[in-house]
Design a protein around this ligand. Sequence first.
Ligand SMILES: Cc1ncc(COP(=O)(O)O)c(C=O)c1O
Length: 451
Amino acid sequence: MQVPYLVTPPPGPRARAILARSDRAVTPSLPRAYPLAVRRAQGTMVEDVDGNRFLDCAAGIAVCSTGHCHPRVVQAVQEQAARLLHICGADFYDPLYVALAERLGRLAPGNNSKKVFLGNSGAEAVEAAFKLARYHTGRSQVIAFLGAFHGRTMGAVSLTASSARYKQDFRPLVSGVTHVPYAYCYRCNYNLAYPGCNLACVDYIENELFTRSLAPEEVAAIFVEPVQGEGGYIVPPPNWLSRLRALCDRYGILLVADEVQTGIGRTGKMWAVEHWEVEPDILCSAKALASGLPVSAMIARDEVMSWPSGTHGSTFGGNPVCCAAAQATLDVIEEERLMDNAARVGARLMNNLRELAAESRLIGDVRGLGLMIGVELVKDKETRARARKEANQVVQECFKRGLLLLPCGPNSVRFSPPLILTEAEADTAFAIFAEALAEVENDPGCEGEWP
Ligand SMILES: Cc1ncc(COP(=O)(O)O)c(C=O)c1O
């Protein structure tokens, strides 16, 4: 199937009609990246209601890991839907819930045995981790990172710090959250460079925060994205995560890895923490876990999952159809070797982008792991002033040319395609991106910013 293939400049007439209906009927709070109204999708192809076909390098925000409507996932969903739609795995015993918990417990990093809570969304997994960390440690405070995105429910948004807009006008939030700088080497808070910095950002927590403001004995958990997602697809330097692990161990603090965006093979390994051989105490997963069906998991070491019956649950969490889709997804990822594909195709795409960066006026940084790749745009390579509008404009120009991408952070563009992306498709995506970038470099007629 040839993608992209545009029959009319998007948005076409049918899409525009849906946009108008949406304006009247749907909450205006949704961010809306560009006017894409979808009819169907298959593999890496998304078709809009006017018949335009796009190459999808957004995957519904890093969700459709096995590609859209993978036949094995569809079959698993159809068969399970005919057998049992719902029973409530919280009040009764659903064998599919149990089997998925067993499998995720085995897949989770490290040798310790694990227990699993299933929810419906990334935010729900994060909320569960927040509550469990407080319950298990008896401590009230948590640490998260500037630039973090952990979701938009009250607890999760209290941990989030990627955009002030997510919190403004919603206070008071959940108390007890302190944010510290992430290991964002391209914009180091301490104006240092790795490895000479000796990870001053970790020392700051121990030597400044813990001595002046927040006693470590009060801290239940550190929440961390092993690669920061919405904040700008930021890959921390080697040793950073293991230094955090050691810090947690010194003070009895739980390390919570939010792998909602990084997990299930996206970075070329099942979990991003595996790149640094770090075992978190709690791991949150969602997004790609069931190729598009809503299921999330909060996975904790046995002794950490210490809360008794009745303290936490969810009506729909671990729904049988979603569990069946998750099992099929994990089968496909393993049997079709999608993690190897993500590593190989991701490396090729990143190399091409790095070569482009050398010639481009706007590209300040290219970073990523596997098929989680961020391109940060700057107005000036010396000052690194953020090219916010240009980043959004590049995404719009890609859309007009039939490539689906999303922005991330204030001034970055992310590639988060299905893990089945071929080398040829990666080359097509790259060519369109380069053309869109050139257009913006020549004529930055900007169309606003990502929220
Ligand atoms: C790292 C991370 N955690 C949590 C969430 C929240 O997930 P959801 O939108 O499913 O609630 C996201 C969503 O982008 C995320 O990237």
